[in-house]
Ligand binder design. Structure first.
Ligand SMILES: [Fe+2]
Length: 423
């Protein structure tokens, strides 16, 4: 009898271990009014998503994973434990992802990951679909918090900052991140730890690949596979960038997410530019053209220290040509923004692109700026940093007349606002 009890207990422990699910994140679907993607990692096959309207949780639907592959991307990577000890991470798991489709616009949903035996394998997650065209929506924009398990204060600072954005705008629908959410994207334990923060079960997160997300410790391995396999974004990127570069529609706005790490040389840049031209042109010619086109990448438009031109120099002519309304980036850890620019000059807002780059948010890896701009004094309208210990993020509110971006500091103090007029 005693043996039987021990055997049953062991079997129970074994099944819990085997059916473990981690690193769950809600990513955008191609059209967030009706589609949302869910990404998770399971220790074995045989899991699915159970979801329902938040207003009617008894009416359950199920989605099988459309991706359910063994993933070795993060195997044998040099890393650190939370106590600072060096170790080699060897996670091998089943990478799962699926698209929940046929959803109702502007509606709150709940979901959880289930095992095929009908037992839940996760907590309950929530998200809100994008509203139908014409209705207002809002999000938080944050970046560069470099989650690093030996220094949990970094992500705590970022999550507290998100709380300030929520206080400023309690109606935020989702979170947009502009990269460097992990210190070393190759360290699987950093993603698992990050996605445990409650804001990841509360909101959909749309993000892009930053240089830190792209690297393992000491640059031993650099690949956008880390970003791809820690998320499940729409597979509508160009060749070699499926699951990394992508575009999605949120209400009246089209977002195009670029990967700087693939644009270091002119061949890579040209491939990205060609794809951007194609997807923006196709969307504009489609049956439901976007009111706004928003392009996001990790590397900054300007060096916030002195104002020197960075990626603005590479992209501005193409953004002029395509009528990009808003260009968002991170990386520099210094907030900088322009008013509406066209052909290298400020306009009255009826033509051109507004360029905004986020500050860092981890209270640790910021940098100082020169008190006076040496370059682009005529273009850069506002900068913000708190030096090494910088924390800031933005609230973005969007309706059919304008996009309004507000920079907040860690106390929720409103520092700067810029408006992007609908054209
Ligand atoms: Fe960064």
């Amino acid at each position: 009898m005693k043996r039987l009890v021990i055997a049953l207990l062991l079997a129970r422990v074994f099944s819990i271990m085997n059916a473990q699910v981690e690193s769950i994140i809600t990513c955008p679907g191609e059209d967030c009014a009706t589609q949302v993607n869910v990404s998770w990692a399971a220790m074995e096959e045989g899991t699915c998503v159970e979801y329902a309207l938040a207003s009617w949780p008894e009416a359950l639907s199920y989605a099988r994973p459309s991706c359910e592959n063994q993933c070795f991307t993060f195997d044998s990577i040099s890393s650190k434990r939370p106590n600072g000890e060096n170790f080699i991470e060897t996670p091998v798991f089943i990478k799962c992802g699926t698209t929940l489709s046929g959803l109702t616009p502007g509606t709150d949903y709940l979901y959880r990951i289930m095992r095929d035996d009908g037992t839940p394998a996760s907590e309950v997650y929530s998200f809100r679909t994008a509203p139908a065209a014409g209705q207002e929506w809002s999000c938080c924009i944050i970046s560069d918090f470099h989650n690093y398990t030996p220094l949990p204060g970094r992500t705590r600072a970022a999550m507290d900052m998100l709380g300030q954005v929520e206080k400023y705008d309690p109606s935020i629908d989702w979170v947009l991140h502009l990269g460097d959410v992990c210190a070393w994207g190759g360290s699987w334990s950093f993603w698992v730890d990050l996605y445990k923060h409650p804001y990841f079960s509360k909101y959909m997160w749309a993000g892009l690949n930053g240089n830190h997300d792209n690297m393992s410790r000491g640059y031993e391995k650099c690949t956008s596979d880390f970003f791809r396999d820690a998320n499940y974004v729409p597979r509508n990127g160009y060749k070699g960038q499926e699951g990394v570069c992508y575009h999605f529609r949120y209400g009246n706005a089209m977002f195009v997410m670029l990967n700087n790490e693939e644009m270091r040389d002119s061949t890579g840049f040209d491939a990205a530019a060609q794809w951007l031209r194609k997807v923006v042109t196709d969307a504009r010619r489609g049956s439901n053209p976007p009111r706004y086109v928003i392009v996001c990448e990790h590397y900054q438009w300007f060096n916030g220290v002195n104002g020197k031109t960075s990626q603005y120099g590479r992209w501005s002519k193409i953004f002029d040509e395509l009528g990009v309304d808003l260009a968002l980036s991170g990386n520099n850890h210094i907030y900088a923004r322009t008013d509406c620019l066209y052909d290298g000059k400020e306009t009255d807002g009826t033509r051109g692109t507004v360029y905004v780059q986020t500050p860092s948010a981890d209270n640790e890896r910021g940098q100082d700026m020169d008190s006076v701009l040496t370059y682009n004094q005529d273009l850069i309208k506002y900068r913000f940093t708190e030096g090494g210990k910088t924390v800031g993020a933005l609230s973005m509110k969007v309706n059919d007349r304008r996009i309004s971006l507000t920079l907040l500091d860690r106390n929720g103090t409103h520092l700067d606002t810029v408006e992007v007029k609908a054209k």
